[in-house]
Unconditional design. Structure first.
Length: 619
């Protein structure tokens, strides 16, 4: 990655944008870092300056009435600055504690706000995975800016404060004598050039080492992928049974990640060899340069340019300025290395929302009289060559029960995604009350649907909040919805305030798959939308519980239009109409009796394939 040439203008632009993002996400974070870093540099320099004044007074044999006020001032200023620095460091620490989570929140918020086709795409999944893996490897990306900004502030403070204290070192002349050569502007310029030059050389060596870390990012991401998959393998309680039955602990030991991060890894080999030598060289150059500074200051002190106390001040000030220059150049190198990773973050954050949002408001009809029509709808997933749906024509009757059946991959779930406008058709139109659904406000249109997807998610929240998806809810309605969904008996032993799962409450309850599906159905009922869509809602239920759901389905749906996706054809008999999908097309449509009577049809073939599981009266 270090081979990518990036101009300084681009580097600064990307990092400045990152700082704007941080300022918006955490308004106190950057100010706290700036104040804490300036204070951390001011405190020791103030102590050095005042101590030098005391030493000068002692060397000049000043009377006690002049020295004691200086001592009191020094103690007061250093104590005050130390207390201020401690308070500012605490402020900075508090603000930085949340930085890691703010990055993840920023990425999550973007994912949640994306158009579903983008959020569902492999391209976006790969982008997000790369950003997270780079962050886990060496905090590259937005998080790295929070490491660089304190260094940048500290380096600038060192240069400005140290330089301000040291400027008189080069201006005060040596009295006439054998060492008057030190007054030469050429010597002063040469001394400054040596300081800047050695700082540049040492920082260049350190930046080279930093670039090796950046180049190793791809390898580091791969190592993190292995470690994420196997490093915490045994800590997942859901794997406990398989680990013991199949001795899977041997798998985890096979992926110890030593080849990526251990002593035998490429980066460890570099740091032990060439990288170690470069580090020694960089430190050696800095020490040699500081030795020249010490020599220059001592010679001017010896020549009588200033008293011994001032020598201590100048040595501290020049050392601080010199280390600031070196740190600034190193920091600029880190900013440049990180700019490559910031580009990846911005590519993700700048993913545009291109779906037309519409402006019409859906009618809030008390009679729930919503008419939906698929008119010659075809759809092809982005980047795919084949159509997932082809020339679908269908109308929904208000209050009817529609079953959607077919083999895996026949287009059933795609049909639901288009109905709910998670995707827009590639060809054709979907109409609501005669109007293209793209003309309706996006969020308003989606509010007329309650859906229980097969891969639904419950949350580590109390049961009642899971059903209502809100901290405030109608107690009676939540209870009624859970009872309608067949969760009534379990509710008597749990209560609505019982947490699901144990992530946030050690008393949380681990519900079974069937119980979770009932809670999900209750959540869909609580929304009370005109359309209710059930995508294999009883897949994890036992036969008795499944039968109860089917028997109560008409009561559960009420006056809603219900669309039901199922692989179990025996569950379709209660529906008013059945749509049979095959290879992305609706090949049959009718009632259970009508479709079963067509012995040459797809529905009859599917029924016969499952006939051994049905009783004779079912057929």
């Amino acid at each position: 990655m270090s081979n990518q040439k990036i101009s300084l203008r681009t580097v600064f632009a990307r990092n400045f944008r990152a700082m704007k993002i941080w300022q918006k996400a955490a308004p106190q974070l950057l100010p706290s870092i700036f104040c804490a870093q300036v204070a951390s540099k001011l405190t020791p320099l103030a102590g050095i300056f005042l101590s030098g004044q005391i030493l000068n007074a002692l060397a000049a044999r000043a009377p006690g009435e002049q020295i004691w006020p200086l001592v009191a001032l020094t103690l007061g200023v250093t104590a005050g600055l130390a207390a201020l620095t401690a308070a500012l460091n605490r402020w900075q620490q508090v603000q930085q504690e949340c930085a890691f989570y703010l990055v993840h929140k920023l990425l999550s918020d973007k994912k949640a706000s994306m158009d579903f086709p983008d959020a569902d795409s492999q391209r976006v999944a790969d982008m997000l995975a790369q950003i997270l893996q780079n962050s886990n490897f060496a905090a590259w990306g937005l998080f790295h800016v929070i490491f660089d900004f304190p260094k940048l502030c500290a380096a600038c403070a060192s240069i400005l404060l140290g330089g301000a204290m040291a400027v008189s070192l080069f201006l005060l002349p040596v009295p006439q004598g054998g060492m008057v050569l030190q007054n030469s502007p050429v010597l002063v310029a040469g001394m400054l050039a040596v300081m800047v030059g050695t700082a540049a050389i040492s920082s260049a060596l350190e930046n080279y080492i930093q670039r090796q870390w950046a180049d190793y990012a791809a390898r580091g991401r791969l190592g993190n992928r292995f470690f994420s998959a196997y490093g915490f393998f045994a800590m997942d309680w859901k794997r406990a049974l398989d680990i013991r039955i199949y001795r899977q602990e041997e798998i985890t030991s096979a992926y110890s990640c030593q080849e990526f991060f251990g002593q035998k890894s490429d980066i460890a080999y570099f740091l032990r060899g060439k990288g170690g030598l470069l580090t020694i060289a960089a430190q050696g150059i800095q020490v040699a340069a500081l030795g020249l500074v010490y020599l220059f200051v001592c010679l001017k002190t010896w020549a009588g340019a200033f008293p011994i106390g001032s020598a201590m001040r100048y040595i501290g000030a020049v050392t601080e300025a010199f280390s600031g220059i070196s740190a600034l150049l190193v920091c600029l190198g880190e900013l440049q290395a990180n700019a490559v990773f910031l580009k990846d973050s911005y590519a993700y954050l700048d993913t545009p929302n291109t779906m037309y949002q519409g402006s019409l408001t859906t009618e809030k009809r008390s009679d729930r009289n919503y008419q939906v029509e698929f008119r010659d709808v075809s759809f092809r997933y982005p980047g795919a060559e084949d159509y997932a749906l082809r020339h679908v024509n269908m109308q929904f009757k208000v209050g009817s029960r529609l079953a959607v059946v077919g083999r895996n991959g026949s287009g059933k779930t795609t049909f639901i995604k288009l109905l709910c406008r998670l995707y827009d058709p590639t060809e054709g139109q979907i109409l609501l009350n005669g109007i293209d659904i793209r003309k309706y406000r996006y969020d308003d249109y989606m509010n007329i649907f309650s859906i229980v997807f097969q891969d639904f998610q419950l949350f580590a929240m109390p049961l009642g909040e899971n059903v209502a998806t809100s901290a405030h809810y109608d107690l009676a309605r939540v209870t009624a919805c859970l009872e309608q969904a067949g969760f009534g008996e379990r509710l008597k032993t749990m209560g609505l305030d019982t947490h699901l799962y144990k992530q946030l409450d050690k008393q949380g309850v681990e519900v079974s798959g069937g119980e979770a599906q009932k809670i999900a159905i209750a959540r869909a009922l609580y929304k009370d939308a005109p359309f209710i869509v059930l995508d294999e809602p009883t897949a994890a239920l036992d036969p008795v519980a499944e039968a109860e759901i089917y028997e109560k389905f008409d009561e559960i749906a009420g006056d809603k239009t219900a669309i039901y996706i199922s692989h179990r054809l025996s569950s379709c008999k209660f529906c008013d109409e059945i749509a049979v999908f095959d290879n992305g097309q609706v090949v049959q449509q009718g009632t259970h009796a009508q479709l079963l009577a067509d012995q040459g049809g797809k529905y009859h073939a599917l029924w016969q394939a499952q006939a051994q599981y049905y009783t004779k009266k079912d057929s």
